[in-house]
Design a protein around this ligand. Structure first.
Ligand SMILES: O=P(O)(O)OC[C@@H](O)[C@@H](O)c1c[nH]c2ccccc12
Length: 257
């Protein structure tokens, strides 16, 4: 059983409970407006999605002292285009309350980072004020990805479809999704390789797709490398969460495009 299988098995249970108990008591008026796709396509600098990530199955605890609201405010003020909030609890120690705290603290779009397998998680993401959701091609059959993609889009949410290999990219190509995230980390082995962005970027069919390179970004050289492969955005978790000087980290990673 891979780690992804384990996460998905837990997620099934969580969703079963959610389906019984979820009442949309919280409904946030969306503070962020405008499209992530459009603003990232128009920007002249590398767009940064900075992540709130307390822990991960591959790294254990990364930073459990951080206050999501303060961290979110820093990300926004140093130039993040979007904030990703991990809300999976068993494996990443995140919560929907983290998302709510960040929503309250910032104006920019928020990506609800979780393992979405059911429409109810999309409803909840929207109720809590997320603007973008993640769908992971490795987690579901193509048909389910398609259904969830249209469900979210119809709710006015943008979708980041994450892929890691050619077969998964085929799903993205087939649906002609506008926002494609290439995860440099293999969710089954945790191996990180920026070459994944380089290799897959050549097979993206839609010429106006927004390519986001995810995971393993530490230095300016890393960003230059994925930029050369066509990425207009990077998703950065650990480097942000461990940074002692976020202003400097942003300056280094936000290279001109
Ligand atoms: O901490 P990193 O190496 O900068 O990675 C961030 C992000 O890409 C990673 O958290 C991630 C990418 N895809 C995911 C899917 C689920 C959970 C987490 C992820």
């Amino acid at each position: 059983m891979t780690i992804l299988d384990k996460i998905l098995a837990e997620k099934e249970k969580e969703v079963a409970t959610l389906k019984k108990n979820y009442r949309p008591e919280i409904k946030i008026e969306k503070q962020a407006s405008g499209s992530l796709y459009r603003s990232f396509m128009e920007s002249n600098n590398m767009n940064i999605i900075a992540e709130i990530k307390r822990a991960s199955p591959s790294k254990g605890v990364i930073n459990d002292q951080m206050d999501p609201s303060a961290q979110g405010k820093k990300y926004e003020s140093y130039g993040a285009g979007t904030i990703s909030v991990l809300t999976d609890t068993p494996f990443f120690q995140g919560t929907m309350e983290d998302l709510l705290a960040v929503r309250d603290a910032v104006q920019i779009p928020i990506l609800n980072k979780d393992f979405i397998i059911d429409e109810i998680q999309i409803d909840r993401a929207k109720d809590y004020g997320a603007n973008v959701i993640l769908l992971i091609a490795a987690a579901l059959p193509a048909k389910r990805i398609e259904e969830l993609f249209y469900y979210a889009t119809n709710q006015g949410l943008e979708v980041l479809l994450e892929v890691h290999n050619l077969a998964e990219l085929d799903v993205a190509n087939g649906l002609e999704v506008p926002i494609i995230g290439v995860n440099n980390r293999n969710l089954k082995t945790f191996e990180v390789d920026l070459g994944i962005t380089e290799r897959l970027s050549q097979h993206i069919k839609r010429t106006d797709a927004l390519l986001i390179s995810e995971s393993g970004m530490k230095t300016k050289e890393d960003v230059e490398r994925v930029s050369r492969a066509g990425a207009r955005a990077i998703l950065v978790g650990e480097t942000m969460m461990r940074s002692g000087d976020l202003s400097k980290t942003f300056q280094e990673l936000q290279i001109p495009l």
